[in-house]
Unconditional design. Sequence first.
Length: 735
Amino acid sequence: MWEPGNDSGETQLPRIGSLSFGGDNVLTGILDRRVYENQDTGFMVARLRPEAGGDPVMVVGDLASAQPGETLRLTGQWEDHPRFGRQFRVESFEVLVPTTEEGLREYLASGLFSGIGKEYADRIVKTFGRDALRIIEESPELLRKVPGIGPKRAKQIRDSFLAQQNRRSELLFLFRMGIGHALARRLLKHYGSATVRVIQENPYRLAREVDGVGYLTADRIARSLGIAADAPQRLQGALLYALQLAAEDGHLFLPEDALLAETEEICGQAKEKIQCVLRQCFEEGTILNEGGACYLPELHEAEVDCAEKMYRLLKEPKTLPEIHVENALKWAERAVGAAYSPEQREAFKLGLISPALIITGGPGTGKTTLLKGLLAAMEKKGVSFLLASPTGRAARRMEEATGYPARTVHRLLEYSPIRREFTRNESNPLAADVMVVDEASMLDVMLFRSLLRALPAASRLILVGDVDQLPSVGPGNVLGDLLNSGVIPAVHLKTVFRQAEESGIIRAAHAINQGRMPVFNSIDCVLIERPDPEDAVKTVVEVVTRRLPRRFGFDPVRDIQVLAPVKRGACGVDRLNEALGYALGREKSDPAGISSGFRPGDKVMQIRNDYNRDVCNGDIGVVRTVDAETGEIEVVFEDGRVALYDPESIHELTPAWCVTVHKSQGSEYPVVVLVLLPAHYLMLQRNVLYTALTRAGRMAVVIGTRKAVAQAVRSARSTTRNTLLAERIREIYKK
C-alpha cells in the first residue's frame, strides 16, 4: 500500500516542533503565504508555518512555482537581516506529499482532486485523520461517513484520486523539481504520460509550449536535473527566450548581433558557444535567418503572408457598382447632417472605389462622421460590408457610433475550440464586399494575417485608426508599416471640428501631438500636482473612491479607469492595484476570495486571448462569485458575457483597478485617471501621454507633476520596432 511521503526514498529527519532540520541547512514546513513575489525572477519572500502549530518563520529566495498550502523541504542557510530579522535564505527546494493532518488538509484542498475543496478536505481529515488517503484509495465507500458526501461525490473523489494515482510518479518527480501543484496540473494536462520524458530530455521545451512557463522556470528545472550551463539545449532555450522577449516588446526579429548579445546576458555563456548553437538552429529551422534578421518561424511566416496577401488584395480586380461619387458624397453629407472637410471628402471618394484604404487622424477630426456617411452610401448602393475592431469595447463603440453591427476580429473569424484555430480562412472566407476595421493601430501581425487569410481577394479593405497612438500590444507595427510602405492609399484627417475643439481633452491631445504643453483646466482635463509617489498613490485612491463619485456621480468601478505608464515601482500599476484593491475590493473578509487571489467585486483584466472562453487580451470584467470548494471564480465582462475560471486558468487574469497605458488601447472610459511622475522617466513619451488622454471620454485627471508632463511632450522618440513588412510590400509591388 502506498503511504504519502514514504515512497521518496529519503531519510526522515528529526523534528523540532513541526519544522524539520537537517543540520542548519534543511528546513521543512507548510508555505503559509507569499509576502512578496517577483514573477519575472522567481524571487519570493514567504512565511513558512509549522504543520502542528508554533511560530512561523520567514523564508527568502528563488521559490518560483511554490504555492501556499504546499509542504516544502528547503535547503539553504539561516541569516540575520538588519531590518527584517532572522530568516531562512533558500538555495533549493522540493515539494513533499504531506503526512500530518494539517498538511493533508492543504493537500486535499489543493485542487488536484475533483470534488474536494477546503470544506470537504477539512471534513475528510476530521473523520479519518492520517488514514484519509488510504480510505480514499482502498475503501472509498467509507467516504459516505463524511457529512455532506453522498454516493455521487464519493465516486467523483475516488475516480479523481485513481486518476491522480496513475500519475503519482510524475507528480512526485515534478514536486522534487520544485514545481508546484498548479503548474504540475498544467504540465500533465499538456503532455500527459510523456511529461517526465519531455522534461528529462529537454526542459526548455516547456517555455515554448506551455502557457505560463517561462525560460527562468525551465532553467531552474534544468539545473535540478544537472543539465550543464553550456549544454546546447540550454543555449537554444536562451536564444528562443531572447526572441520571445523581443516579440513581447513588439519586434518581429532581432539582428543577429543583438540576438547573440541578449542571449549572452540571459545565460551567461560565451558568445562563441551561443553562435555555434544559433547556426544549428538555422539548419534545423527553429530560428530563421533572413539577411541577418533572426525570426521565430511563426512571426516570419506571418510577416511574409501579410505582405503577399496585401499585394493580392491591391491587385485583384474588384466588382464595383455604378456610383456617381460626387452625388454619393452630397447624399452622405445630408444623411449625417454635416459638411465634410476636404480630407474627409477625399477619404469618402477613395472609400467607394479603392481596393484598400487607410483613414487615420486624431480625436475630433471626424473619422466616425466620415465612416457613417460612407457606410450609409454603400448600403444605399447594395454594397455589403462587415465591421470589426480588435477589442470588444472598441467594437461596441463602433456599433453605437455608426448604427451598424460590429464585432471583434476574433469573433468575426469564428474560433473553433476543437480545431484550435479560426474557421474563417482561404477555404471558408468571409462574405462581404468591404471589410472595415476600426482602431487598426491595435492590429498585430498575427491577427492581421488571420484577417487577410479570411478576406476574399475580390473584397476591399478599409482600416481606420490613429497612427499617433501606441502600436499594438502584440508583435509588429501593422498600421505604421502599411502607411510607410507608400503603396496603400491613405488619407490623414487633420481638421479638428469646432464642437470637438470645445473639449479640453481633445485640445490637450492635439497640443501634445504637436509637441506643445497641454493647457489643463478645472472642468474636464485636470492636473493635480503630487511630486511624491506615496502622496500620488493616496491622491489616486481619494480621487477614485471619493472625490469623483461624490462630485460627479461616477461609479469607481464602471466609469473610472486608472492608468500608469509602468508596472513596477512606488507608483506603478502593481502598487496602485494594491492600494485601489484594498480601498475598493468587495467583501474583504471573504476567505474563499483571499485564498484564490480574487474577491467578489474585484476588477480584473484578461491578459491573453482565450478563444475557448471567448475573451480577449485586454477585456475587463468584475469577479461575481468565488467558489470556496472548487476554487473557481466567475467573471462578468463589460458586455455581459460570463466566464468561469478554474484554478488552472486563473493566471490568465490580473487586477485591473489600474492598467498600463498600453493595455488601455482601443478602449474609451468616461474618466481616465493617469499617474505621471518623473520616476516613470523610461516611459515618459509623447505617444504614451497622447494615448492615455485620448482614452478619456468625459474627463481626464493627471496626478503627478507638470515636469513629467513636459518631459513626455518633449520626448517624441518612440521605440522603433524591428519589422520588414513595409519593405516586403514595396518589393512585391515592384515585381
